[in-house]
Write a protein that binds this ligand. Structure first.
Ligand code: GLN
Length: 486
C-alpha cells in the first residue's frame, strides 16, 4: 500500500508543489471522476482553496505539520461550519451547521484542506451505502459492486484518489467494512479516544469517528491529530497515546501474543479464511505467538448490536421533527400533522424500520425482554474481551464474511444485510479499537480485508502490527490507478 501523506507533505515543504496547486489537482480529479463514483455529495472547493492558501502560508513560515496543506474529506454526518451536512437524508436537506466538529477544528488548525462531504447510508444505517438519498457511491475496484457502508463515499474517494484521506464514523463497522470492500485501510478507534462533538448521532454508546486512508502510516498520522480529550464530549477520555506515527518504523511482532478465535471464522468463505490464515502464519514466522482462543459469546453480538443500536437511534432521531431545521412538508393543518408528515416523508425506509424496532424494544412490556437483556449480554461480551486481552495482545479476524456485494444485492432483505456485520459489531459493543487492512483480492478481483483488534486504548499495538504486515508482508491488493497523479 502506498504512503501518501508523508511524501505529499515533503513535496509541499520542499516547494515542489503548493497546497493551492495540489488542491486544484484534487478539484480537477473530482470534477472529472465524481460522476463515475458518486463519492462526494457536496463540495466546498472555494473554502478548500482558501484553506490551501492558509496552509501555504503556514508552510512558508515553517509552521507546517504532517497534515498541513493535504486535501481530505469528511463524511456527510460530520459538521463543519456553514457547509452542507445532511447525513444523506432528505430530512436534513439543505442543513448547514453553524459550528465545526472537534475533529475538523483540530485538522483545520493543522492546515488541512477539506474538499467536501462524502456519501453514506442514510444516518449511517447500512452496510452498502445504498440507502443514501443521493444514490449509492460505487466501488472504484469494480463499479458494479458496492463500496460497503456506511462510510462508502469516503472509502470510494480515498481509493480513487479523490482525497488523500477521509474521516468516517463507525457504529458497527462503517469505517472498517468499506475500507475492506475498497481495499484500503480503516481504523475504528477506542470508544472515547476521538471526540464526537459535531458527529450527528446514530447509536451514542457505539458511535466513533474513524480514519480511512491509503496506508497504515497515513492512518496513524491522522489519528495522532484527531485523538484526545474534549470538554465538548463528555465521553472522550484523557489518554496519552504519544505520537504513534513516528514510532511505526520500529514496528515488530516478536513475542506478540496473537489471539485467533475459531468462532470468528465460522461461516466465513474459504477464500477469506485462507487469506487471513496466511497472514497469521506470516506473523508466526516473524516471532509472534499464536494463541487459540474461544469466544462463544460472539454469536450473541449481532442481536445485541441491532437491539442497542436501534434503541439508541430511535431516541437520537426523535429530534427530527421539522421544527428547527431540515425538511418540512408544504401542507399541514396542525403541529402534529406537520411532525407526522415531516418524518413520514423525510426518512427513508431503513431509518423508519430502525426507529420502529428501537421504539418497540424500549416500550413498556418489551424493555426487559429485549433492551435490558441486550445490555446484560453486552456486559458478558465486555468481560470476555477483557479476559482475552489478559492473555493476548491483539486478535486477528476477518473484517467481513464476504467481499463487496454486487449493487442491489442485499436491498431486498434487511436481515441478510444485518448478518454481514457479524465480524465488526463486537468491536463497537465492547468499545475496543480495530483496524482493517487489505490482504489480497478474491477470485473476482475484489479486496479481502483483515481486522486487527486491540485492547482499549491499544491503538499503538494494532497500528504497529498492521504496519509490520504492510511493510514486510505479502499484501496483494494493488494501488488503484486513477484520480490525482503527481
Ligand atoms: N452496518 C451497521 C448498521 O447498519 C453499521 C453501521 C455503522 O457503523 N454506522 O448499523
Amino acid at each position: 500500500m502506498r504512503e501518501l501523506i508523508t511524501p505529499l507533505s515533503q513535496m509541499l515543504k520542499n516547494g515542489e508543489i503548493s497546497s493551492v496547486e495540489l488542491t486544484n489537482k484534487y478539484i480537477s480529479a473530482i470534477e472529472a471522476d465524481n460522476a463515475k463514483y458518486n463519492a462526494y455529495v457536496s463540495t466546498t472547493f472555494d473554502k478548500a482553496l482558501e484553506n490551501a492558501k492558509i496552509a501555504d502560508e503556514m508552510i512558508a513560515s515553517g509552521k507546517a505539520t504532517a497534515l498541513t496543506g493535504i486535501p481530505m474529506t469528511l463524511k456527510d454526518n460530520i459538521c463543519s461550519d456553514g457547509d452542507l451536512t445532511t447525513c444523506c437524508s432528505k430530512i436534513l436537506e439543505g442543513f448547514r451547521p453553524y459550528y465545526d466538529s472537534t475533529v475538523w477544528s483540530k485538522l483545520k488548525a493543522q492546515g488541512a484542506v477539506m474538499l467536501g462531504k462524502t456519501n453514506m447510508d442514510e444516518f449511517a444505517m447500512g452496510s452498502t451505502s445504498e440507502t443514501s438519498c443521493y444514490g449509492a457511491p460505487l466501488n472504484p475496484r469494480n463499479v458494479n459492486h458496492v463500496t460497503g457502508g456506511s462510510s462508502g463515499g469516503g472509502a470510494s474517494a480515498v481509493t480513487a484518489s479523490l482525497a488523500a484521506y477521509a474521516l468516517g464514523s463507525d457504529t458497527g463497522g462503517s469505517v472498517r467494512q468499506p475500507a475492506s470492500f475498497c481495499g484500503i485501510v480503516g481504523l475504528k478507534p477506542t470508544y472515547g479516544a476521538v471526540s464526537r462533538y459535531g458527529l450527528i448521532a446514530y447509536g451514542s454508546s457505539l458511535d466513533q469517528i474513524g480514519v480511512l486512508a491509503n496506508s497504515v502510516k497515513d492512518t496513524a498520522l491522522v489519528f495522532d491529530t484527531i485523538s484526545g480529550v474534549d470538554a465538548n464530549d463528555q465521553t472522550s477520555v484523557d489518554y496519552d497515546f504519544g505520537c504513534i506515527a513516528d514510532t511505526l518504523d520500529n514496528a515488530d511482532v516478536k513475542g506478540m501474543r496473537i489471539g485467533v478465535a475459531k468462532e470468528y471464522f465460522d461461516g466465513i468463505n474459504d477464500e477469506i479464511k485462507n487469506a487471513i490464515f496466511d497472514v497469521i502464519k506470516f506473523y508466526e514466522d516473524n516471532g509472534a505467538q499464536i494463541v487459540d482462543i474461544s469466544l462463544p459469546v460472539l454469536k450473541q453480538a449481532l442481536p445485541v448490536y441491532y437491539i442497542i443500536a436501534c434503541a439508541e437511534a430511535s431516541s437520537n432521531l426523535g429530534r427530527y421533527d421539522g421544527i428547527r431545521y431540515g425538511y418540512r412538508p408544504e401542507n399541514f393543518n396542525d403541529v402534529e400533522e406537520m411532525i407526522l408528515k415531516t418524518r413520514t416523508q423525510g426518512f427513508g425506509d431503513e431509518v423508519k424500520r430502525r426507529i420502529m424496532l428501537g421504539t418497540y424494544v424500549l416500550s413498556s412490556g418489551y424493555y426487559d425482554a429485549y433492551y435490558k437483556k441486550a445490555c446484560l449480554l453486552r456486559q458478558n461480551l465486555i468481560a470476555d474481551f477483557d479476559d482475552i486481552f489478559g492473555s493476548c495482545d491483539i486478535l486477528i479476524a476477518p473484517t467481513a464474511p464476504n467481499t463487496a456485494f454486487p449493487l442491489n444485492f442485499k436491498g431486498a432483505s434487511p436481515v441478510e444485510m444485518y448478518l454481514s456485520d457479524i465480524a465488526t459489531v463486537p468491536i463497537n459493543i465492547t468499545g475496543v479499537p480495530a483496524i482493517s487492512v487489505p490482504v489480497k483480492n478474491d477470485s473476482n478481483g475484489l479486496p479481502i480485508g483483515m481486522q486487527i483488534i486491540g485492547r482499549k486504548f491499544g491503538e499503538r499495538t494494532i497500528l504497529n502490527a498492521a504496519y509490520f504486515y504492510e511493510k514486510n508482508g505479502n499484501s496483494q491488493v494493488e494501488d488503484f490507478e486513477g484520480g490525482v497523479s503527481l
